[in-house]
Design a protein. Structure first.
Length: 251
């Protein structure tokens, strides 16, 4: 299933650690080409997917239960949850990690013309498992013959005011990306031709933490580059607003 890179996983650990502006790893040819083609063939039409709950801060579609899309997707799902893959990401990161089997917030992601995802840092503690700390984003891009490498590029930085590093979302390219309080990322509004979409499969890896870890759970925090005064004001206070809402509703 995996490409040639998997023959020497240990060699990737220092590359991940040295990632700039924060630890990350870009792996081209992540999967065997024929298997990647099978995954792409099972990708749903964008209109068959639900919009994400990113509110005013994003415009894309997602489907967490991607394993049901076909045999290749089921095989990929099973692999991400396997002991073999846990060993791979453990070797690369130096931490004992496991992938969320529910793919909360993950699975198929897709955006068409006008799609965007504002700069943000991800939630840290799984909303349904208070002892799961999110450590690693696992992104696999599914975009053949991508028309323009600036369109839909993953932009990463440690400060939203910094110039970001740009990672084009090319076919069969995986990004293993550390996630913490300052791992800002997103992509800018795209202008795509009719029928063209930005596709990816996202998974998230966690580690177990104890009740005495001192880690305070927080929601996704937004730092949009553009937008109205109202949008930017809401973004600055979003974490506090979300915490208050969760306290009131119990969600």
């Amino acid at each position: 299933m995996l490409g040639p890179w998997a023959k020497d996983v240990a060699a990737l650990a220092p590359q991940f650690a040295a990632g700039d502006p924060f630890p990350h790893l870009i792996i081209d040819g992540f999967l065997e080409e024929s298997f990647a083609d099978q995954l792409l063939s099972e990708f749903p039409a964008i209109d068959a997917m639900n919009r994400t709950k990113d509110y005013m801060f994003g415009d894309k579609r997602e489907e967490a239960d991607f394993a049901k899309a076909g045999p290749a997707c089921k095989a990929y799902y099973d692999f991400l949850l396997s002991d073999e893959f846990a060993e791979i990401i453990g070797t690369i990161t130096g931490r004992k990690l496991f992938v969320d089997p529910a793919f909360h917030g993950g699975g198929f992601h897709q955006g068409g013309n006008g799609s965007f995802l504002d700069t943000h840092v991800d939630f840290n503690v799984h909303p349904k498992h208070s002892d799961w700390l999110r450590v690693l984003n696992l992104l696999l891009y599914m975009n053949k013959d991508w028309p323009d490498e600036t369109q839909g590029a993953l932009l990463i930085r440690t400060d939203p005011k910094d110039e970001p590093k740009s990672v084009p979302p090319l076919f069969n390219r995986a990004v293993f990306m550390f996630t913490s309080d300052n791992t800002f990322h997103g992509y800018r509004k795209m202008t795509l031709p009719e029928g063209r979409t930005r596709k990816s499969i996202a998974g998230y890896a966690y580690e177990l933490i104890g009740a005495d870890s001192g880690i305070k759970a927080r929601t996704t925090s937004w730092a949009p580059e553009e937008g109205s005064v109202v949008k930017k004001t809401l973004a600055r206070h979003w974490t506090g607003l979300a915490a208050a809402k969760n306290k009131l509703t119990g969600n």
